[in-house]
Ligand binder design. Structure first.
Ligand code: NOJ
Ligand code: CA
Length: 707
């Protein structure tokens, strides 16, 4: 008896989740991608709840899945609808991004807007806007202005993704504060409802539910790939996915789970509201996933009129010495952010073809990091002369990159935003790195999650303020990118990744990590990973900073790089960002033959070809420079050594190139022979094939110089 009551309750709880099969009404509306390979079906089921399903090349890949909301203090918006109107359109354009992986982007889709109204009072209205591209499906909720729905609180978004197969997934847990994880690779059926928090001592959740996005999957037969994410995240909470175990409708069911406010509210909203787009990338191959620009295309065109200040930057910085523990950000140790050292960096940048120098720790407050509003965004330490340093940089035509670490004290930062950005603007500084390493507190110590609605608003507010002050941003501890850089191209890069810094104070990033990142986090937008460490064994360095991190993060590890040197070079090509750092100490670059690759590699591209790839295993990427006819190639492998034979047919057919190949030696290894590399020169053309020999955890980087 108890079991049947339990079953009844379970079914009652999910009763809105009816399926197409049960449908009384057969009014399916279909939307095809422009090439006809992807088909989305929409309908109202028997309880008049909106549901969608998706086919790819005639195979159902998402079975009937629900749409709708649960509200606080008013009836949910889930069922009892009628379709009052539908709008269909086709759209095609080609646009030119200011910076990017290619110089022009095709945006082509068919769209369907389904306008729904409750059959009974209060007759509230909601539209669901679908778009079908050749590389995926997207949809968003639009709550139009109306009499009977004005202010409302979403306590649950019921968007469901009922997958039809037990795909292999690459995923990180849904920590609401950080994306700095190594991806798990597992069948989607094994993504747990809750993962115990063991990786981040400072995370505020005991358990993480499900997974963060982007979450990437490949079908068991490897006949297609899917990646779920979101686009144009504004005035809303970040989305994570939780597995719905024991769903009667699919063995592989996932539901949206929005990051909450402190009282459990998810989104506090007023009509009209447009939710972010829920995006389902669908491609045959992993290579095609990396070619998709659907996320960018779902954002509005550039809104910044004077874009002269927006420049891709290849930069060095006063940075790694602090992570290594040789120096400190504040004056409680060797203070590297001083005038003389900054000038030295500017001179080095000028000499070696870098156009940016990042300075961290120039402003006061670092001694009390992780305490309330400790950071002073405008007052330098006494050994740093901002005006002199900025003039020096200007004279050398090098951009100084400012830094606003907030420690998560976002309200304090908001109060001083104008002051901080004006100071930078007045000193001719057009690029700023922001950081949120700490818990966001506001309104009298109320804690917020980094990925909740309040912080999403904060990140977007800073972005818009930066645009007004002609400042480009590199956001660390960010909200994940969702393509807003199309609208605000001053949003250059993001961390939101377990980047290079983790190698200095954790057990480090395994080679698998950078082989999975382009297919996961990389689908969302540029990654400021900060590659280019040449001194790969730094176990002898002192550890004061790492001790600080240990205290904060519960980490207790001497750090360590798991990479060959040639792989460090290849990362400049395989990990895309219009900002790329050469992160090592300057003395490790001076007179190093392999440094030639970093000096030459561009950060802006006219073409990108994904030559060969297996998610998490290896990746070969080729890109053509925007400012020359040269091509660059990066290849990386996971823990396994491998030989990959590639065709060079991406090269321009009418040329013979001088190729300079930076590769692992035969005995190189990511753990015990890291710095063993060789440089080989060859003449190569589009008709040639090339054997890439990658050591375990290794890589190859090639410059193809056009005559
Ligand atoms: C964490 C950032 O990821 C890192 O780049 C920065 O150096 C520190 N926070 C200090 O702001
Ligand atoms: Ca970080």
């Amino acid at each position: 008896m108890q079991r049947s009551i339990f079953l009844f309750l379970v079914l009652a709880f999910i009763s809105f989740a009816c399926t197409q099969k049960k449908s009384a009404d057969n009014g399916t509306i279909s939307l095809n991608s422009p090439n006809g390979e992807i088909v989305l079906d929409f309908k109202l089921c028997d309880i008049k709840s909106p549901i969608y399903s998706v086919k790819f090349q005639d195979k159902e890949i998402i079975s009937s899945s629900n749409l709708g909301f649960e509200f606080k203090n008013q009836p949910d918006l889930l069922e009892g609808f009628k379709v009052i109107d539908t709008v269909e359109n086709s759209f095609k354009e080609t646009w030119e991004p200011l910076w990017g992986q290619e110089s022009s982007i095709k945006n082509e889709f068919n769209e369907l807007i389904v306008k729904l109204e409750e059959e009974k009072a209060p007759n509230r209205k909601i539209n669901i806007h679908f778009k079908a591209f050749n590389d995926g499906i997207a949809f968003r909720y639009e709550v139009p202005e109306q009499e009977n729905l004005k202010d409302f609180i979403i306590i649950d978004e019921k968007t469901t993704f009922n997958f039809t197969e037990d795909h292999t997934a690459w995923w990180i847990p849904s920590d609401y504060d950080t994306y700095e994880f190594i991806h798990n690779e597992s069948p989607i059926s094994q993504i747990p409802e809750a993962t115990k928090n063991s990786q981040h001592g400072h995370s505020r959740q005991d358990h993480w539910k499900g997974a963060n996005t982007p979450i990437t999957m490949q079908s068991p037969d490897k006949d297609y790939c899917i990646a779920i994410h979101e686009a144009n995240l504004q005035n809303y909470a970040g989305m994570t996915l939780i597995p719905v175990k024991d769903s009667p409708y699919s063995d592989f069911s996932f539901e949206a789970d929005l990051v909450p406010w402190d009282n459990g509210d998810k989104v506090r909203a007023s009509a009209p509201l447009k939710s972010p787009w829920r995006t389902i990338l669908i491609t045959k191959t992993p290579e095609e996933l990396l070619k998709s620009r659907m996320i960018l295309n779902l954002n509005e065109p550039n809104k910044i009129t004077d874009t002269s200040f927006i420049k891709p930057l290849k930069y060095i910085g006063i940075w790694w010495s602090m992570h290594l523990g040789i120096a400190t950000w504040g004056q409680n140790g060797r203070h590297d952010a001083n005038t003389e050292n900054t000038k030295k960096h500017i001179e080095f940048a000028k000499k070696h073809n870098f156009n940016g120098v990042l300075v961290e720790g120039w402003n006061q407050g670092w001694e009390q990091w992780y305490q309330d509003d400790n950071f002073d965004y405008v007052t330098p330490y006494d050994d740093f002369d901002l005006a002199a340093v900025s003039k020096f940089a200007e004279a050398k035509d090098v951009e100084l990159i400012g830094h606003c670490e907030t420690g998560g004290q976002f309200e304090g930062f908001e109060k001083r935003l104008e002051e901080a950005f004006s100071l930078y603007e007045n000193n001719g500084i057009n690029a700023v790195k922001t950081g949120y390493a700490g818990t966001p507190f506001g309104e009298g110590k109320k804690p917020y999650f980094h990925h909740g609605q309040r912080m999403v608003e904060h990140y977007n507010k800073v972005l818009k303020a930066a645009a007004e002050h002609k400042i480009t941003l590199d956001v660390h501890e960010p909200i994940k990118p969702t393509g807003l850089a199309r609208t605000y191209p001053n949003l250059m890069s993001h961390e939101g990744v377990r980047g290079m810094e983790w190698n200095s104070w954790s057990d480090g990033n395994p080679p698998f990590h950078t082989c999975s990142l382009p297919f996961t986090r990389g689908l969302a937008g540029p990654i400021d990973y900060t590659p280019g460490i040449f001194d790969l064994d730094f176990s002898e360095n002192p550890l004061p900073t790492r001790k600080l991190w240990n205290k904060i993060g519960g980490l207790d590890n001497p750090g360590g790089m798991h990479s060959t040197l040639a792989r460090q070079l290849a990362l400049y090509v395989v990990l895309y960002s219009p900002l790329q750092m050469a992160s090592d100490l300057l003395e490790h670059y001076e007179n190093h033959p392999a440094f030639e690759f970093i000096e030459k590699v561009p950060v802006d591209w006219s073409e990108t070809e994904i030559v060969d790839a297996e998610i998490g295993d290896y990746l070969v990427t080729a890109r053509k420079a925007k400012d020359s006819e040269n091509w660059y190639l990066g290849a990386i492998t996971n823990e396994e050594a491998r030989t990959i034979t590639i065709k060079l047919d991406f090269l321009d057919t009418d040329k013979t190139y001088q190729a300079k190949i930076f590769q692992d030696t035969a005995d190189a290894h990511y753990e015990n022979n890291q710095e063993a590399y060789e440089i080989i020169s060859k003449e190569l053309s589009a008709n040639d094939e090339l054997e890439l020999k990658l050591a375990a955890g290794g890589g190859t980087a090639i410059i193809f110089e056009s005559p």
